[in-house]
Design a protein around this ligand. Structure first.
Ligand SMILES: *Cc1c(COP(=O)(O)O)cnc(C)c1O
Length: 516
């Protein structure tokens, strides 16, 4: 393809994308295909001769689009939003046009510096503590693929930090420091052997599975501290402290705590200050705040208090939010902020001869490879830059507020319904509810209600015009099966919300009639 052919095919691609968006509302939300549909439709080997680009493009429409679940659809209310905007798409296009692995500043200085600029812009947008700014030279932000990889990254860094703290307490190291003699070179290995298997990661039973997964991948223990429905499923400091003290008594070493602002099940906000206080009492503990979904709401000052913004600023060692969920930037774009960048760089730095550069050695630049697991990295900042500039702070805030407003109107409808009830207070752009026809107040963990809601959820699962996720709320009071709707989609309107709710009501009514 030469430049002129690219010009033509590129314009045609944009036209096709515009047609897709113009007809999005008419499409089902969920893909209506059976497993293997695409594998069966496509040949099992690449073409011998290159094909016409027009043909390839039309086959994307013909074969791929039917297998797409339309996350950009106004009636998409499952999981969390994964918004893309035209601004973000154009940013991605520019990224693709200068493709490079960006591991060092010198790979393409703009890749590192634009990332630094937009990460400080976001720190400003979310009013983060000055330590989280790159210009503080102490901490700073970096774009990582996803919130799960962020936790893995930070947990590895926190493990190194904990082992370092522990090693300073080892008799031969202590002695070495005192006498000025270097302890024997096997010491780090010995420390690892001694403590490595005893390190524990903590979260709650409502922490995203990223906590358990990080522990699994690192060969460490994961402890999910129970929460209570009476606390709206948020993790309390006392409950965490009890588990930690018991673990220490059993010879385990607590090193990493995940607090969540906006849990996946209900949007609960853990008691950040209480947890932070526990972390301060145990020097090996590192406190990560996972605000993958809800963190972008820090852009709106009036929403900050309920999301414990000041507590995060005071206590978190690291903080993560996903711009690729509710934040108008296409997948992937997860922001990680650390209060002390050395926690990352002392665990992740690796500089073989061929990665050296004079700018790095002079300490003048950031080499983001030392802030992440992999060496190479995508140039993700243009899409974020385009979105922030095109929307402006006020446009971004308006988008967040609209999602909250849609949910609160849906919440009002559920509250006044005779058949449904809200099971937790509305959290931002999410409502959590269940069918409870008798409106029995103390039926919290009733098996019958759980079965009823499980049936409602499978009825809804058979419909492709809506996409609604169920959740199982485990707590000290028992398990409760519920449904959740999030209204944060960029293209979601009140009409969409009403239409989705109508489907839920109809399926609920049909289910109740069936039981009579
Ligand atoms: C969505 C979400 C995650 C997972 O995010 P990824 O970026 O897909 O890894 C983790 N934690 C919370 C609270 C979330 O909302």
């Amino acid at each position: 393809m030469d430049i002129e052919a690219f010009r033509k095919a590129g314009y045609a691609a944009i036209d096709r994308i515009c047609d897709y968006y113009a007809t999005l509302a008419e499409r089902p939300v969920k893909a209506e295909v059976k497993p293997g549909y695409l594998i069966n439709a496509l040949p099992d080997h690449p073409p011998e001769q290159g094909e016409d680009f027009e043909v390839i493009s039309s086959e994307f429409e013909k074969h791929v689009l039917p297998g797409i679940t339309h996350w950009q659809h106004g009636k998409f209310t499952a999981y969390f939003p994964s918004i893309s905007t035209f601004e973000s798409m154009i940013g991605e296009l520019y990224t693709a046009s200068v493709s490079n692995p960006g591991f060092n500043w010198i790979c393409s200085p703009a890749c590192t510096e634009l990332e630094q600029v937009v990460l400080d812009w976001c720190a400003n947008l979310f009013d983060l503590h000055p330590d989280f700014y790159i210009k503080s030279k102490r901490g700073g932000g970096v774009i990582i693929t996803t919130a799960s990889e962020v936790v893995l990254t930070v947990a590895i860094a926190a493990r190194e930090r904990a082992l370092r703290i522990l090693s300073e307490k080892e008799p031969d190291v202590e002695e070495g420091v005192k006498t000025g003699r270097v302890p024997d070179s096997d010491t780090p290995m010995k420390i690892r052997e001694k403590y490595g298997q005893r390190l524990v990661i903590y979260g709650s039973t409502h922490t995203h599975s990223l906590g358990a997964k990080a522990a699994l991948l690192l060969g460490l223990q994961w402890k999910a501290v129970p929460v209570s429905a009476a606390d709206n499923y948020s993790l309390r400091g006392d409950a965490l402290r009890r588990v930690i003290e018991e673990d220490i008594a059993n010879g385990l070493v607590p090193f990493f705590v995940i607090g969540t602002v906006g849990t996946t099940n209900t949007g609960a906000v853990d008691r950040i200050a209480e947890i932070g206080q526990v972390c301060r009492d145990y020097p090996t503990l590192f406190f990560h705040v996972d605000a993958a979904w809800a963190g972008v709401a820090y852009s709106v000052p009036s929403l900050r208090e309920s999301l414990r913004h000041a507590e995060v600023n005071e206590y978190a060692d690291s903080f993560c939010t996903n711009m690729h969920k509710w934040g108008l930037v296409g997948f992937d774009c997860s922001l990680l902020y650390v209060r002390n960048r050395q926690t990352l760089t002392s665990a992740m730095s690796m500089t073989p001869f061929y990665l050296r550069s004079k700018e790095s050695e002079a300490g003048e630049v950031i080499d983001y490879r030392n802030w992440q697991l992999a060496l190479g990295r995508r140039f993700r900042s243009p899409k974020l830059w385009f979105v922030l500039r095109s929307f402006g702070v006020s446009g971004f805030q308006k988008h967040i507020q609209r999602g909250v407003e849609l949910s609160s109107r849906l919440g009002d409808m559920i509250r006044s319904s005779a058949r449904f009830e809200l099971v937790t207070p509305q959290s931002l752009s999410m409502v959590v509810f269940r069918l409870n026809p008798g409106q029995s107040p103390n039926a919290l963990a009733s098996d019958d209600l759980n079965k009823l809601n499980s049936k409602l959820s499978s009825r809804l699962d058979h419909r492709s015009d809506v996409f609604i996720t169920p959740a199982m709320l485990g707590s000290e009071e028992g398990n409760m099966e519920v449904l959740r709707i999030q209204t944060g989609g960029y293209r979601t309107t009140m009409e969409d919300v009403l239409a989705v709710w109508k489907v839920v009501e109809e399926e609920g009514e049909a289910l109740l009639r069936e039981r009579e």
